[in-house]
Design a protein around this ligand. Structure first.
Ligand code: ADP
Ligand code: ADP
Length: 227
């Protein structure tokens, strides 16, 4: 069965409906791009799937269990141990070094300090960031910073990597290089990826694309006839 599933998700912010019955099913190892116009509900869908906040109604299934029924502390624990996140901006701690930023999720998971920094070093190489471990992340270029963010998300070997407009702050060539590395590494690790983007060039890196409109996943499901 699927590793991750959204069933009839509803979520509103005040009187604004963001999700109105969204359905999505993601198999283990799949890279799925969630596309759609700005304001269609893509980020809200990602946040519900990742357990950042629960839906108002509907179910989120992860690895055979109801993620939406977990307590907030259990969801936090699950995110820390099983999920990686890459967002458009601001996920790195600018005062810390590149190596610190990558080692941090391992240290939060109580890894041995020396082992965490050894792993951080390996991921620097995998993201073509050799020699930058001692830099403050505030001093990096946008493309370098985004590759550090990818390393930081993957260093715990997450079951699922959630990426929300991961190249949104980059020029197209730098964004392509980041997507090449992200998808190559995810495939090498067997990591499932949920990738939110409004950019068809970014979605082209995925195995499969779905479209969100007005709070519903509208494709590739047939519009008529229901499920
Ligand atoms: P997308 O990621 O496709 O741009 P979002 O999921 O961010 O769409 O937003 C869907 C709808 O929900 C939009 O109308 C947006 O304004 C609204 N929305 C999202 N997050 C919030 C929030 N924290 N507070 C109020 N409205 C929100
Ligand atoms: P990598 O070089 O990709 O980090 P390793 O060969 O060092 O992989 O990892 C060996 C094994 O340790 C892998 O099966 C991996 O899943 C596991 N592992 C990696 N990070 C951790 C961690 N923080 N805690 C527990 N096990 C881990």
């Amino acid at each position: 069965g699927p590793l991750l599933q959204a069933r009839d998700l509803h979520r509103s912010f005040g009187s604004t409906p963001a999700l109105r019955g969204a359905e999505l099913s993601v198999d283990a190892g799949e890279i799925v791009a969630v596309m759609g116009p700005s304001g269609s509900g893509k980020s809200t869908l990602l946040h519900c799937l990742a357990g950042i906040f629960p839906p108002d109604r509907g179910e989120v299934w992860f690895d055979g269990g109801r993620l939406d029924r977990l307590s907030e502390s259990r969801r936090t624990e699950l995110r820390r141990t099983s999920f990686g996140f890459v967002f458009q901006f601001g996920q790195l701690v600018p005062e810390l070094t590149v190596a610190d930023n990558i080692a941090l999720p391992l240290l939060f998971n109580r890894a041995d300090r020396k082992d965490a920094y050894r792993r951080a070093d390996e991921w620097l190489t995998r993201l073509e960031l050799d020699g930058l471990g001692g830099r403050r992340t505030g001093e990096l270029s946008g493309g370098q910073a985004q590759r550090v963010a990818i390393a930081r998300a993957l260093v715990i070997h997450p079951r699922v990597l959630f990426a929300d407009e991961p190249t949104g702050s980059l020029d197209s060539l730098t964004g392509e290089r980041a997507m090449d590395l992200l998808t190559d590494l995810a495939r090498a690790e067997g990591t499932t990826v949920v990738l939110v983007t409004h950019d068809a060039r970014v979605a082209a890196y995925a195995d499969r694309e779905v479209m969100v409109r007005d709070g519903l996943v509208t494709s590739p499901y047939p519009v008529e006839g229901g499920r």
